[in-house]
Design a protein around this ligand. Structure first.
Ligand code: ADP
Ligand code: MG
Length: 733
């Protein structure tokens, strides 16, 4: 009897176990059981052959039409060429060997149907056409044609097709899984029987049977439903436990104090808060006055005005005698926050200085690379408590910075921050838990919010401040060269009116391996491509020719932080007309006088990146213009993506689109540490209902039985998940 932890070699023998371990990273019975078929074929149905792509590893079902052997002319030997078809397209199979002795010749006569597995390659034929082939494919005969015609039932039989690896027979995985299934002993079902009955779900053993050897499509459907549920459910149990545990922790309440620095700040605010800002402000204020730490996610589209909400929360904490830390993902953004917060606070940031207001505090900046003297002064202000607000990069809390009394941590623009990192962050604070507010401008689809950020409460800033003008977005395509010429003219016109312009390129372009933050999903989907434009390649052309006479500054990640700060400052102060940059300006940069965003090789960026970049303009009362320069051809996937970005400025719509376009692994991989390995069937695009239901059930179960004492099998499942997650987190750290 095999249970899930049993090593595979005990069940399958050393040889097969070795190949599975090496080629597919499968080590235990559980690993192999969770190695689900990639797809299913019927015997009666052939694989469409013209959809196959070069370099793809495929398993196809096809019928032999022609068998031809010939001796090679230039070298001794014999090649057997077999042509197979799906009824429309053809594929050539070639086997090399000695004449007459070769098995495929006997197995694969015309009319035979078989599975063939191998890597697709292609070569040009004399007539110029391209022939696709499989060299030395593995094969497995499923039957001759007459038999297929005879029995409908037989033709409907479902054949699972597994992701496979070199050195395995075509049906080796199916056979191995069969062996496991025949002697499987799962013990008690981790999901409570009552829940299964109520939701009409099958047992786990039956589900594994159904996904690996389904008798019919209904059985497969039931199996998938159950296994999907488990993936969502165990994850939600983990999150529910985390929420419950966090809610039970003590924290120092920081209720509003009338007449303090927050009130003074509200009085000097130059604009009215939006309804959304007011409402979220209330939610946050209420959280802060509780005896348990706030764990809140604030979502708001680019430009929604999250900073003010965060700053007001920080001031409430300062009024309560505590300190607040604001963590930004980049130095550029940290510096900008420091500048703008100091600016917004004015005399309220000048405690201990002449002209400082009565309720004033100080705002310290801490970055990894600032000068020793400045750093020392800042550290002192932080440790003594005279700085009520501390702005820094995420490194801030890892640097053993001593706070006098840290009450609130605000994490800005953090969509690439997993649950584990958030835990680590909270644990950095000795002697009590701070309140935590996480802000993201990349709108998160509900499903992602329920999983990746499932341990947080969520607030949404749904509307932009009034008086924002629209941003127009245009694609500048290769088939309209005049548009590109017009782009440079337009930049000069804007500059002549005193406006400012961003130009963004995918890479720096001075050396190899720079910060070309090109998303994998955008890579090569429309064929091979030249390397993307670098700012250092573009700079001389701008200076000497395209934008001659304009004041151009350069910003990228390789610059010294002081230089970055200086460039941003000069741009902010209007001393530069053009900022030529990489995506270091992607998030948060706020210069209201900037009106044009030109993105070169825009197709190299993902949808949310483009949306973020576009959000750098149209921030004041001035109209924004965003130009997406591309040489992607009309009709290509890349062009569709750009057209979508041009068609709407609704970040939530774009994020759903983004999720649909990207592969699951990318989303999960980028959005969080871990998890991806435990999600096999569940997809964030399509399974919102499952995730939602699982969340409700998991929350109820954990509230009734926080330690899962009554559910030992479920507790064991959970332990496995948490282990996997921790392992991945450690790998990444
Ligand atoms: P994001 O949510 O993208 O971080 P910011 O907080 O940077 O947006 O705000 C964008 C701009 O809008 C800033 O210049 C900010 O001062 C301004 N702003 C914020 N709230 C309001 C408001 N209620 N009315 C007018 N302008 C506002
Ligand atoms: Mg921001």
């Amino acid at each position: 009897m095999a249970n899930l932890d049993e090593p595979l070699h005990k069940v399958l023998g050393d040889k097969t176990a070795k190949v599975l371990a090496k080629g597919l990273d499968l080590h235990t019975v559980g690993d192999l059981l969770h190695h689900y078929p990639r797809r299913y074929a019927h015997r009666g149905e052939l694989t469409p052959l013209n959809e196959l792509e070069d370099g793809e590893h495929v398993t196809v079902m096809a019928e032999v039409v022609k068998v031809q052997g010939r001796s090679l002319t230039r070298s001794p030997g014999y090649v057997l060429e077999i042509t197979v078809t799906d009824g429309t397209g053809e594929l050539k199979l070639s086997f090399f060997g000695r004449k007459g002795s070769y098995v495929p010749e006997r197995d694969l006569s015309p009319g035979t149907r078989a599975l063939f597995a191998g890597k697709i390659s292609s070569y040009a034929m004399r007539n110029g056409r391209v022939q696709r082939q499989l060299a030395h494919p593995q094969y497995k005969v499923v039957a001759a044609r007459d038999a297929a015609a005879a029995a409908q039932e037989w033709a409907d039989e479902i054949i699972p097709i597994y992701p496979t690896t070199k050195g395995l027979d075509i049906d080796a995985i199916g056979k191995s899984v069969g062996l496991l299934l025949d002697q499987l002993d799962l013990g008690p079902d981790p999901v409570p029987g009552e829940l299964l009955r109520r939701r009409g779900m099958i047992g786990l053993t039956e589900a594994y049977e159904g996904i690996h050897r389904p008798a019919d499509w209904e059985e497969l459907g039931r199996a998938r439903r159950r296994l999907k549920w488990d993936e969502a459910f165990v994850l939600q149990i983990a999150l529910a436990q985390r929420r419950l545990a966090a809610a039970a922790l003590p924290a120092k309440p920081r209720p509003r104090v009338p007449g303090g620095i927050l009130d003074a700040f509200d009085e000097r605010l130059p604009f009215d808060l939006t309804d959304g800002q007011r409402q979220v402000g209330e939610e946050v204020a209420a959280d802060l006055s509780h005896e348990h730490p706030m764990h809140r996610l604030l979502q708001g589209d680019v430009g929604a005005g999250k900073t003010v909400v965060a700053l007001r929360a920080m001031l409430q904490v300062v009024d309560g005698g505590g300190q607040a830390a604001l963590l930004a993902p980049t130095e550029v953004l940290a510096q900008q926050h420091h500048r703008s917060i100091t600016g917004m606070l004015g005399e309220l940031a000048q405690a201990g200085q002449i002209g400082g207001a009565e309720q004033a505090t100080r705002v310290a900046l801490l970055t990894g690379s600032q000068g020793a003297k400045a750093r020392k002064a800042a550290l002192l202000d932080v440790a003594s408590g005279s700085a009520g607000i501390v702005v820094g990069t995420h490194a801030l809390l890892q640097d053993h910075v001593q706070f006098a009394d840290l009450g609130l941590v605000v994490v800005d623009e953090q969509h690439r921050f997993g649950v584990e990192q958030r835990d680590a962050l909270r644990e950095k604070v000795a002697g009590g838990r701070p309140h935590v507010l996480v802000m993201t401008a990349t709108p998160i689809p509900r499903t992602v919010a329920m999983t990746v950020f499932g341990d947080l409460e969520t607030s949404v800033l749904g509307q932009l401040p009034a008086g924002r003008s629209a941003i127009q977005t245009h694609v500048v395509p290769p088939e309209r060269p005049a548009f590109l010429a017009r782009t440079w003219e337009r930049i000069k016109e804007e500059a002549a009116q005193g406006r400012q312009i961003y130009i963004v390129c995918p890479r720096i372009g001075e050396r190899e391996g720079d910060e070309g933050d090109v998303p994998a999903a955008a890579d090569g989907e429309d064929g091979p491509r030249r390397s993307p434009l670098g700012i250092m390649e573009l700079l001389p052309r701008l200076e000497e020719e395209l934008l001659a006479g304009l004041r151009i500054g350069v910003l990228h990640g390789k610059l010294h932080p002081d230089e970055k700060d200086a460039v941003m400052r000069r741009f902010g102060d209007g001393e530069l007309d053009v900022l030529l940059a990489t995506t270091v300006i992607e998030v948060g940069v706020d210069v209201p006088n900037a009106t044009v965003m030109v993105i070169m090789d825009a197709d190299r960026f993902g949808v949310s990146q483009l949306h973020q970049l576009r959000g750098r303009v149209g921030r004041g009362s001035l109209h924004g213009l965003c130009l997406l320069v591309t040489d992607a051809e009309p009709g290509s996937k890349a062009r569709e993506r750009l057209d979508a970005v041009a068609s709407t400025t609704d970040g939530f719509r774009l994020s759903r689109l983004d999720l649909e376009q990207r592969r699951e692994g990318d989303v999960l991989g980028a959005a969080q540490a871990g998890r991806s390995s435990s999600l096999r069937l569940l997809t964030l695009q399509r399974d919102e209902d499952v995730i939602h239901d699982a969340r409700a059930e998991a929350t109820a179960l954990v509230e009734a039985d926080p330690e899962l004492r009554g559910h030992p099998a479920l507790a064991a499942e959970l332990a496995v998940l948490l282990d996997e997650e921790r392992a991945e987190y450690l790998e990444k750290a």
